[in-house]
Design a protein around this ligand. Structure first.
Ligand code: GUN
Length: 280
């Protein structure tokens, strides 16, 4: 078997075009504030892409690049200002934050209506209860790729590798909400391959190149590679692409798979936050 490659770039372009057309009809533009603290090189790249995409689709954006030494109090003060801003409907604080700042304290300060990432406790609780109000962008992008490619989720064995709050846990919740039988594997899982070989849908979100190879994949499975690793200047995922291509029915590439969908979902979520706020 040779897998069909799931083209996340194309899907993201379609979604952005639809949003662009919708935004063009609006008198007041949706506004996103992105906050970056410190010098994490990957975060800098992601935030710049997010900002550029806002420009592309006509979404107003403000980018705050704060120095590493920023105190928690200063950051909370900025969030308070953004919560009150009429131009801003969506607030994104790029994670991870520097160690001296509590992510929990910061995320809970973001106004619930403006929580574009869905990382606040209330939105995490909503998702866990089956209410998908503000869904984290990467997990939402994963599900959208399955939907757009006509991949059935209900009744399937889904295995998620990785249990981060940003990807693994919310992906597992979304799959469960769609009636998959979900197993979450992580760094302490023994005999990972025994789980992955039973997966009809395998989502890998760890950050370890070649963690999963073709021998660990069930013939005909759908494999979604969320990993982004830089090896000798080249981007690779968590899945060994060549061997996975021979076993899977569907496979996402890195780059060009989930990554572009994360940004498209951020813009979609920004528009949703705008509608929620303006509809009140
Ligand atoms: N860090 C890695 N992924 C994300 C994301 O989707 N949103 C935010 N805010 N930070 C991240």
């Amino acid at each position: 078997m040779t897998a069909t490659i799931i083209d996340g770039k194309k899907a993201a372009e379609r979604i952005k075009a639809r949003i662009k057309a919708e935004v063009a009809m609006l008198k007041a533009k949706p506004g996103l504030a992105a906050v970056l603290v410190g010098e994490n090189p990957a975060s800098k790249v992601y935030v710049d892409i997010k900002r550029k995409t806002c420009d592309e689709v006509g979404v107003y954006s403000e980018l705050y690049k704060l120095p590493e030494e920023t105190t928690e109090k200063e950051l909370l003060h900025l969030i308070d200002k953004l919560n009150k801003s009429e131009r801003i409907h969506a607030i994104l604080v790029q994670l991870p934050l520097p160690k001296h700042i509590s992510e929990e304290n910061v995320l809970k300060e973001i106004a619930i209506d403006k929580d574009v990432d869905g990382f606040s406790m209330i939105n995490v609780g909503r998702l866990a209860s089956g209410e998908e109000t503000a869904v984290p962008c990467t997990p939402k992008g994963v599900i959208r790729l399955l939907e757009e490619n006509g991949i059935e989720v209900a009744g399937k064995n889904a295995v998620v590798i990785g249990r981060s709050n940003i990807v693994g846990k919310p992906v597992a919740m979304l799959l469960l909400n769609r009636n998959a039988t979900v197993t979450v594997c992580h760094s302490k899982t023994r005999q990972l391959g025994e789980y992955t070989k039973g997966a009809d849908i395998l989502v890998v979100a760890v950050g370890k190149p070649k963690l999963v190879n073709g021998d660990m994949i069930k013939e005909g499975a759908t494999v979604i590679d969320v990993g982004i690793n830089r090896i000798d200047g080249k981007l690779v995922g968590d899945v060994d692409f060549e061997s996975a291509m021979k076993k899977a029915a569907y496979l996402t590439p890195v780059p060009g798979g989930v990554g572009p969908m994360t940004v498209a979902m951020l813009i979609e979520n920004t528009l949703e936050r705008y509608k929620e706020i303006m509809g009140k």
